[in-house]
Design a protein around this ligand. Structure first.
Ligand code: HEC
Length: 224
């Protein structure tokens, strides 16, 4: 029996011995390695755990659909570019009633106009159909600064004329404001003081020749 017992215990003993050897070696190895691994492992894990935070914060700017909205405005200009193509319909912003279009060839007369002769017209006194004598220069300054006399200063007239009345380009506006002064009354100046209607005399269209008129307009367009 004792033999059998001993025999049956042999594997156990050898296991124990082997275990002792193994454990001793393992413990020694672990104690050697562990300090290194732990020291290395901890700092290594900290940054990664800290790194995930920025990425989590990054999604927010990414979520911001604003850059996407920036693309939309870009698309708008291209749509706007298409509009001018359909502008032929824009004459829907027709010239206000009673506005005289420039006579054929008149723009070319202005283009070739004699500006010195135009200044002479500006300063000359004409007798209006109602008998009153008037010169443009009596009521309008023609110097830088747009000094207001009775009417608005005409410096920079060419720059603002095209924006006065929807449907009227600069030449059409100037042409009509001399021939039909009451059709459109200039808005109040910067001080808020209004310009009265029926003050600029009607009738220049009757007393000025076509050439005088074209030269006068050519001259007015130099005031800038
Ligand atoms: C008795 C004064 C008077 C005389 C003369 C006169 N104007 Fe005027 N003019 C005015 C007044 C006031 C206005 C502003 C009210 C209005 O719109 O009618 C005006 C407006 C204008 C405007 C529009 C200016 C703008 O800023 O839009 C033009 C252009 C103009 N006159 C040109 C002339 C010319 C050119 C002559 C001469 C051929 C002339 N005027 C003679 C009083 C006068």
């Amino acid at each position: 029996m004792s033999r059998i017992l001993f025999r049956s215990m042999l594997p156990l003993l050898s296991l124990l011995l082997a275990a002792c050897g193994t454990v001793a070696t393992n413990v020694w190895e672990i104690t050697e390695v562990a300090p290194d691994r732990e020291v290395v492992a901890i700092p290594t894990r900290v940054p990664p755990s800290a790194t995930p935070i920025p990425p989590t914060a990054t999604p927010i700017p990414t979520e911001t659909p604003l850059p996407t909205a920036t693309f939309t405005p870009e698309a708008i200009p291209s749509t706007a570019t298409a509009l001018p193509t359909s502008t032929p319909e824009a004459p829907a912003v027709a010239m206000p009633e009673g506005v005289e279009p420039l006579p054929d060839g008149f723009a070319a007369l202005i283009e070739a106009g004699d500006t010195a002769a135009g200044l002479t017209v500006f300063n000359a006194t004409y007798t209006m159909p109602n008998g009153q004598p008037w010169a443009c220069a009596s009521c309008h300054s023609n110097t830088e600064g747009e000094l207001r006399l009775i009417g608005p200063g005409l410096w920079n007239l060419g720059l603002r004329a095209g924006e006065r009345v929807p449907g009227e380009d600069a030449l059409t506006y100037i042409y009509n404001s001399i021939r039909h002064p009451n059709q459109f009354i200039v808005p109040p100046d910067a001080s808020g003081a209004p310009y009265p209607p029926n003050l600029m005399p009607e009738g220049y269209g009757e007393v000025l020749t076509e050439a005088d008129f074209a030269n006068l307009m050519a001259y007015l367009l130099t005031l800038q």
